[in-house]
Design a protein around this ligand. Structure first.
Ligand SMILES: C[S@@+](CC[C@H](N)C(=O)[O-])C[C@H]1O[C@@H](n2cnc3c(N)ncnc32)[C@H](O)[C@@H]1O
Length: 289
């Protein structure tokens, strides 16, 4: 009886979050408003939801370049993937990542207001920005399976104030100027067409809003830079190229901090970067004027 009441409370709380987010969304294809039955009022495209997670992806415009193994929906598989990765990376990489998170901590503490986390994945950054604080956060990812897996985990821990929208960062399904903050950890690094992604992020941000990025970079003229080019990710991995795009998009750079660097040691899970190349971990805080 007690758990049924709790469940009802959780469902009601989730419904509030879904209702709230409905006022912020638009069709990723034609940009018109989406009605509460998740049909686009302009082009009639029909979208869907799963366990209170909206799925606003138009398969014609969004190619799924990154697809998680469907087994990620299994809690056991998810946990094994996480712990397996930690064991695979070298001690030096683990230490460099720890330094990165430590350096990011004061920046993460400043995140406030309506926040869109781009490419939430397993939710490492989401975990940190929800930690003990009241939040209005929209977690997003192109792959509904990973997002649902992260949502289940957050729901299980009773984390409130987060809504979940599966959307392509190159065609964000949000209306203009809705976000006070945008965050991304290793998101921009993993999405092709950096220019389109940054243009979309700029569009959904309020004037004066902040975009906090935690991304990795490699040196130009290395094998890793060539590989990034092959994957369509060179703009995202070469600092100078990214800075130029940020400025051309209209952003101003507030802070650019190198948190750590490490010589990459390949492992069975990461296809990038390449063994022996140096990787730099940065925290970049930028503003929409
Ligand atoms: C390394 S993970 C991000 C880690 C995550 N931000 C965290 O805090 O744990 C990269 C994520 O980018 C997502 N992704 C790839 N292409 C995308 C796109 N076009 N739009 C949105 N997300 C995308 C992948 O599904 C994957 O979950």
């Amino acid at each position: 009886m007690r758990s049924a009441a709790l469940l009802q409370y959780q469902v009601a709380a989730n419904m509030n979050e879904v209702r709230g987010v409905l006022e912020l969304i638009q069709c990723p294809a034609c940009k018109e408003l989406i009605k509460s039955d998740l049909t686009c009022s302009g082009c009639g495209r029909k979208y869907s939801s799963r366990e209170d997670m909206l799925i606003l992806i138009d398969r014609e415009t969004s190619e799924l370049e990154w697809k998680w193994d469907r087994r990620i929906l299994s809690k056991k598989y998810r946990n094994e993937t996480l712990s397996g990765y930690e064991k695979l990376i070298s001690e030096e990489i683990r230490e460099a990542r720890n330094l990165w998170w430590r350096a990011a901590s004061p920046f993460l503490e400043k995140v406030k207001g309506r926040t869109v986390d781009v490419a939430t994945g397993m939710g490492q950054l989401l975990n940190r920005i929800t930690d003990g604080r009241p939040a209005e956060i929209i977690a997003t990812d192109i792959d509904p399976n990973i997002l649902l897996s992260t949502k289940r985990e957050m729901d299980e821990r009773n984390v409130k104030g987060v809504s979940y929208v599966a959307t392509d960062a190159r065609h964000l399904s949000f209306r203009d100027s809705i976000a006070d903050y945008v965050t991304s950890f290793s998101g921009i690094n993993n999405i092709t067409d950096t220019k389109a992604v940054l243009k979309e992020i700029f569009r959904i941000m309020k004037p004066g809003g902040t975009f906090l990025m935690m991304e990795a970079f490699v040196d130009d003229n290395t094998n890793s830079a060539d590989l990034a080019d092959d994957y369509g990710l060179k703009d995202a991995y070469i600092m100078d190229r990214l800075l130029t795009i940020l400025k051309d998009t209209g952003f101003s750079i507030k802070t650019r901090r190198k948190a750590s660097s490490v010589i990459w040691k390949e492992n069975a899970m990461d296809v990038f970067p390449l063994d022996g190349d140096k990787v730099y971990h940065y925290i970049i805080e930028i503003q929409k004027p």
